[in-house]
Design a protein around this ligand. Structure first.
Ligand SMILES: [Zn+2]
Length: 501
């Protein structure tokens, strides 16, 4: 029996409920700016689809083909996303005093985050429509990394537009991913590299986090975890909230499984986590109207959760309300503790945004808001390797390891330093000294044949790089002033690794 694929019957705004036809390639509601979701008609599938339908298929999200938008098989752009493990965490359960805790481990997705679930659907759709290039607007680091990877896989040229103020928030690992996958980064408000401008023949699709085809792929987290539990829901699912689409789509996915009689009940408390610095959805859920206070902030360890205007905010709050769940906010320090706890009890290295679910769980336990006999699933959304600077924080207190890492960092730096600069560091390292003396030593001891102005240029470079610092000025009658220099700790480290090589 051929089972029909779910019909996309149109688009509906998650905020004002305005409906649109699928002829529109819309990223957000033209009327109110809200996020759009695909209206899918599952009624034709009633009675034709069963748990067995999926049993002998591949593990990726296209296993649930009938419940995803209709895309020609040969136009699907996949990297094997989804099919992630649902890990029972006995050691962490014991530490937290819980009966049964699972982690849905999204760190193992192709680009290391759950967003690949949405990206495979969005890029497959773009591929189906015949576009040749992709432009990403208003996106987070993980979104940009995933988009760049899938664009490459589809042979699409990809440009990531970043607002100037968001560049400094980008986690280093995600930036490396974007660049490695060949995504062009364009900073808004700065001059455009000419080679990156589109040609007249190019057909460009604009993708933003409110894209309905992107969001719909994230339903599959719900399908998978229910199937992995033997086609039933847990008592609670805890999800980080950035734009709020993941929690909304998990709740929607569970409702679909229920409407198709694939699971029997809807008893699951959807629980969203935000950071205290950006907790507009949690505040709104608990009845506060003061979401204005989060505008313009940017200091947090989990930039992907720090959204001023969550695109799916309304739906996220609705899923917490309808399911009898709750919202919880956590501090950066709690997230760091949770990262370490999760990695050390269960061997799962999560990025801060992902570990926020464990921090949220702990907070709810401490506040007495969770029944310890509940069966709980925490969705751990992305890999810790995406954010090396946060991982680096763990090392600071460990003196031996910190010294090793400093040396590795210095060695990288040393390879960029020329022979003359290393000699100058050596001379200054011997004793506090000044430009003219350095010049004499370079020429006499090293036969460098260098002029005095070059020496001052090198000194200026080394000072800017934080390797040397000015100590004192000596004024001698009848002679020019002498500016003395000594090495900084950084300079000493770099010199040490340069010598060891
Ligand atoms: Zn609207």
């Amino acid at each position: 029996m051929v089972i029909p694929t779910a019909n996309v019957t149109g688009l509906i705004c998650g905020s004002c409920r305005e409906e649109y036809t699928t002829n529109h390639d819309l990223n957000s509601c033209p009327k109110c700016g809200g996020a759009l979701i695909l209206n899918m008609n599952l009624t034709e599938m009633m009675g034709k689809i069963s748990r067995d339908t999926f049993s002998d298929r591949g593990k990726d999200i296209w296993r649930y083909l009938e419940l995803l938008p209709n895309i020609d098989r040969d136009r699907i752009v996949s990297l094997g996303e989804g099919g992630t493990a649902l890990l029972q965490c006995r050691r962490l359960s014991k530490t937290l005093g819980l009966r049964r805790l699972f982690i849905k481990d999204e760190t193992t997705n192709p680009t290391g985050s759950f967003l690949d679930r949405g990206m495979t659907v969005a890029i497959s759709r773009v591929n189906q429509l015949g576009y040749t290039s992709l432009r990403c607007m208003g996106v987070s680091g993980n979104f940009a990394a995933s988009a760049s990877a899938y664009a490459s896989r589809a042979g699409l040229k990809c440009t990531i537009h970043l607002a100037k103020e968001n560049v400094k928030r980008l986690d280093l690992g995600k930036l490396y991913q974007i660049v490695a996958y060949g995504g062009n980064i364009r900073i808004e408000g700065e001059s455009v590299d000419h080679s990156e401008t589109g040609t007249p023949n190019e057909k460009t699709y604009t993708l933003s986090p409110g894209n309905p085809y992107f969001a719909v792929g994230e339903k599959t987290t719900a399908y998978e975890l229910c199937e992995q539990l033997g086609w039933r829901t847990p008592d609670r699912i805890i999800v980080p909230m950035g734009h709020g689409e993941h929690i909304s789509m998990i709740w929607r996915g569970i409702n679909e499984l229920r409407s198709l009689d694939l699971i029997s009940g809807l008893k699951v408390a959807m629980t969203g986590v935000q950071l205290e610095e950006y907790a507009s959805l949690v505040d709104l859920f608990h009845g506060s109207k003061s979401d204005e206070k989060y505008k313009g902030r940017c200091k947090t360890i989990a930039a992907d959760l720090a959204m001023e205007k969550p695109a799916y905010g309304f739906l996220a709050i609705e899923s917490m309300r309808e399911s009898g769940g709750t919202g919880v906010k956590v501090k950066d320090s709690e997230v760091l503790d949770a990262m370490a706890l999760l990695a050390r009890t269960e061997g799962i290295f999560a990025e801060p945004a992902a570990a926020s679910t464990i921090a949220g769980l702990k907070r709810l336990i401490d506040q007495g808001e969770i029944d310890k006999s509940e069966e709980i699933v925490c969705v751990v959304t992305g890999s810790g390797l995406k954010d090396p600077s946060t991982a680096r924080r763990f090392i600071r207190k460990m003196k031996t390891i910190d010294a090793i890492v400093s040396q590795i960092e210095s060695r990288r730096f040393t390879t960029r330093l020329g022979r003359t600069k290393i000699r100058i560091l050596n001379i200054i390292g011997g004793r506090e000294t000044y430009g003219y003396e350095i010049w004499s030593v370079l020429n006499e001891r090293f036969k460098a044949g260098i002029d005095i102005s070059s020496v001052y240029q090198h000194l200026s470079d080394l000072e800017k790089g934080g390797l040397i610092r000015r100590t004192r000025v000596e004024s001698i009658m009848g002679k020019p002033e002498r500016q003395y220099y000594s090495l900084t700790d950084k300079g000493r480290n770099i010199l040490k690794s340069a010598v060891e090589e």
